[in-house]
Ligand binder design. Structure first.
Ligand code: FES
Length: 169
């Protein structure tokens, strides 16, 4: 092989090697740049650690804020995504109800020793979430709940407000 041919071949190999390195370095950068565009919107709706199970008293509802990583475009932050009313029953099972009122979306509080109430238009609900009075078109919205490793996890979900049938928002 002539010297000029050898140099040309070495240049070709060096170029090929450089291109390969550049391509490999680009993959993670592209992934990081495009991830917010391709991430499903409900990625933040996974089970959220809410409270240690031992902090719940049978028959006494407890309101908990649900905190999760919030992804907004390229920005990630930790914040409150919603709130739930947790209730431990005599058989040890735990229920979770969304604190969002199905009527117009106000935050439901505890009204009495046996009921929840909405301050906006006076809807009242039993601890099981059944409407007792007021304009709410349906029961309070139940949320999936799990107990793992001594902690209560809740899946935060939003539902359409002002409608009788429960539908994800
Ligand atoms: S928003 Fe709750 S009763 Fe209207």
């Amino acid at each position: 092989m002539a010297t000029s041919d050898r140099r040309g071949f070495l240049k070709f190999l060096a170029g090929l090697f450089g291109s390969g390195i550049a391509a490999i370095a680009t993959v993670p950068l592209l992934g990081a740049a495009l991830t917010p565009l391709i991430r499903r919107k409900d990625d933040d709706a996974n089970l959220i650690r809410a409270i240690p199970e031992k902090d719940l008293i049978v028959g006494v509802p407890r309101r908990v804020d649900l905190t999760a990583v919030v992804v907004d475009g390229w920005t990630r932050s930790v914040g409150v995504v919603g709130a739930a009313w947790l209730l431990k029953k005599a058989d040890g099972s735990i229920s979770a109800l969304s604190s969002v009122c199905p009527h117009s979306g106000c935050s439901i509080g505890q009204k009495s020793k046996a009921t929840y109430g909405c301050p906006c238009h006076a809807s009242a609900f039993s601890f099981e979430g059944a409407p007792l009075e007021g304009p709410s078109p349906r029961d309070m919205d139940p949320l999936p709940v799990e107990v793992k490793d001594g902690a209560v996890f809740v899946k935060w979900m939003r539902f359409k407000i002002g409608v009788k049938d429960r539908r994800p928002a």
